[in-house]
Design a binder for this molecule. Sequence first.
Ligand code: FAD
Ligand code: NAP
Length: 448
Amino acid sequence: MSYQSTTDYDVVGVGFGPSNLALAIALDDCARQRRLTCRSLFVERQPSFKWHGGMLLPGSNMQISFLKDLVSLRDPTSPFTFVNYLHKSGRLLDFTNCKTFYPSRIEFNDYLRWVAGQFSAMVEYGETVVAVEPVGAGQSVTALRVVTRTEEGTETSRSARNLVVAVGGVPHVPAVFQPIARDRRVVHTSGYLDSPVVGAMHGRALRVAIIGGGQSAAEVTLDLGERHPDVRIDLVFRGHALKPSDSSPFVNEIFNPDYTDYFHSREESQRRAIIRSFRNTNYAVVDPELLDQLYRMAYQQRIAGAQRLALHPRSEVVGTEAGPEGVSLEILNKDEDVRHRATYDAVVLATGYERSPIPAFLDPISRYIETSALERDYRLQTSPGFRPQVHLQGCSEISHGLSDTLLSVLPMRAHEITASLLSGTGRQRGPEQDMAARILVEAAAGRE
Ligand SMILES: Cc1cc2nc3c(=O)[nH]c(=O)nc-3n(C[C@H](O)[C@H](O)[C@H](O)COP(=O)(O)OP(=O)(O)OC[C@H]3O[C@@H](n4cnc5c(N)ncnc54)[C@H](O)[C@@H]3O)c2cc1C
Ligand SMILES: NC(=O)c1ccc[n+]([C@@H]2O[C@H](COP(=O)([O-])OP(=O)(O)OC[C@H]3O[C@@H](n4cnc5c(N)ncnc54)[C@H](OP(=O)(O)O)[C@@H]3O)[C@@H](O)[C@H]2O)c1
């Protein structure tokens, strides 16, 4: 079944997570200030708004100040601030009494959903973008055809003058787990809370392996230990110890929006060195408070003589097999070069996320893309004659820095992309190629 939409959009956003939510606010602000109507649409795969729903654990907190919400750093007077959300929810004073900059993830998800609700007229939920095709003749491309598919297989195509992609990461399943990845007993943390296997563990002395040593691994370990106290957990990770994330103030300045200018202007080798040097701000590290909680949990179990959490550092899974008796893992202890096999009732992969520099649904326009490196304004560099602007959010850590996949720079990034869409000024664009953005202004002005 397919359906052809006749509507022409000035901007289509792919994905409606925090990045494109921030963009919706920035476009709205800009349209109001300039008294324009920007016809924008966001297409979201999920049936309704949810921010990493599989990990909305009761004890999990934000890892960033609420002041770094969708808009405050750009415009603290905006109605879309976290503070205004608290005010409207009647919890401003109570939140203040909590004396924290780090709300629970459940509350922040509610804030994001509250903002998303105010843009519901311009979002199509339950549709996945499967292809973005060129519209035009020869080398001249004037618009994009954005093809989406629902779970039931209904296809819709819409015409867009500009595209902003913000699709986040996809769960990383290491090669050794690929043969058993479809087994229902193997769960990635992104689907942890939704997994029927996790739900069915209550009151049963099951054995669970959690793979990885980052924030997700630590959060799931604590949650599982508290949620299902009878479960025995093996935490298997390659590092020497679980390590704390560095969120100290001088280091944290790498997440300031103006650091992006510095970072983007460096040589690639320098940028890679910076990412290596600051990896412990974000990857394979755990919030120090959570580390203390985990340590205390293991210690209390020792006092009680019922050690149910076992840490396996310097260990790597080198073989997997799923059978009727459980999921069997071959684990290599890298210190002693010794292998052992253990069988589990469930395996949780806390092995992080992957991000491709250019998502596969852009393949139909790949011949117009000159390089995967993005301009400073997050725009794909395309060949002359390709008029639409395509911006990518969250795909350019290597060119824009470690803040690219996080919430740190969302308001400023959204502002920069909006400004770029409106000005159309680009390194390789002459007046003729500035069409895409001019159309945005003119089309909008024509509708006033
Ligand atoms: C559990 C967890 C907690 C985190 N906590 C923090 C934190 O506290 N602070 C911080 O700074 N960062 C945090 N992060 C990092 C996270 O990347 C950002 O918070 C944020 O989610 C990035 O927003 P985004 O919109 O770019 O991506 P996402 O939030 O991943 O949103 C992308 C959206 O695109 C949709 N989508 C994907 N493909 C398609 C498609 N083809 N068609 C249509 N829709 C599609 C997805 O369904 C999703 O809703 C966390 C990450 C995780 C996994
Ligand atoms: N409350 C919160 O705000 C919250 C909660 C969860 C996650 N997050 C965020 O989400 C992002 C991702 O965190 P994450 O913990 O999911 O992922 P992550 O930090 O990327 O950690 C992934 C872990 O998996 C391991 N791993 C990867 N490939 C492996 C393989 N082939 N074999 C064995 N181990 C492998 C890594 O080990 P190596 O180091 O050895 O490669 C690492 O320990 C971070 O930004 C984090 O801050 C935030």
